[in-house]
Unconditional design. Structure first.
Length: 245
């Protein structure tokens, strides 16, 4: 993991976010960052098992072996350094020769969302409330995730997640800040909203999305009359999309 995420970068982010430990402990803040990342990779393993996997490549070097409760408490480091680390590292990686990552010289990225059921526990319900019917609550709490990815490599370029009380478009607006004129954004029909597409255009990026049959393209003709045409079904070819379709 240190070959992918430089420890010096982690130290800089810890200082930047004010998360550095005040005195050296058994689990320094830098180590805790790697532990939390490893917990995501080995989600079905115990704390102790994850620690053993982290230390497996150290050969004969003697290292501490903290108990499970110490590893659990170490997660109190907070989300700020992990969020900042993601922001720094979430960049496109595809080379120009990467299949499906470029079209007509534009880097292809996509945005979409999904919902996931999460455990029905009191520790989570205050943040992720259950749906309420006419009589009582029902189902599991839902987490909504909206992500922007690089096509071809599936590299995650941005993500927003929170309760499903806010729609996908509300989260998607926050994922546009790294779009630029070198990219074309793909999206499904749900994102066919004027405000969202106007925001995409403001970044300089092109966009291509599947529109609904109700969409009309109204154009002002000579003499003040209005022309309307139905969109064609399916995706048009990129040369026809211009700044967006």
């Amino acid at each position: 993991m240190t070959q992918v995420i430089d420890p010096q970068l982690v130290d800089v982010i810890l200082d930047e976010t004010g998360s550095r430990e005040r005195r050296v402990r058994l689990l320094p803040a830098r180590v805790v960052v790697y532990v939390v990342l490893a917990l995501a990779f080995f989600e079905r393993s115990s704390y102790r098992a994850v620690w053993d996997k982290l230390c497996a490549g150290l050969g004969g070097i003697v290292v501490a072996r903290p108990c499970a409760s110490s590893l659990s408490r170490a997660r109190r480091l907070g989300r700020a350094p992990l969020r900042r680390l993601f922001e720094v590292l979430a960049d496109p990686v595809a080379a120009r020769t990467q299949t499906a990552s470029f079209n007509r010289g534009l880097r292809v990225v996509a945005v979409d969302g999904a919902t996931f059921s999460i455990p029905d526990e009191e520790a989570l319900n205050w943040r992720f409330p259950k749906h309420v019917g006419e009589v009582k609550e029902f189902g599991y709490p839902l987490l909504r995730l909206v992500a922007r990815v690089e096509c071809g490599t599936r590299v995650l370029l941005g993500a927003a997640f929170s309760p499903d009380t806010i729609g996908e478009l509300g989260y998607a607006h926050g994922l546009l800040h790294r779009l630029d004129r070198s990219m074309v954004l793909l999206a499904d029909a749900y994102y066919d909203a004027f405000g969202f597409l106007e925001a995409v255009t403001g970044t300089g990026a092109a966009f291509l999305l599947r529109s609904t049959r109700k969409r009309r393209d109204a154009r002002r003709a000579a003499g003040g009359s209005s022309l309307q045409r139905r969109p064609r079904r399916g995706f048009p070819r990129f040369p026809e999309c211009g700044a967006g379709v």
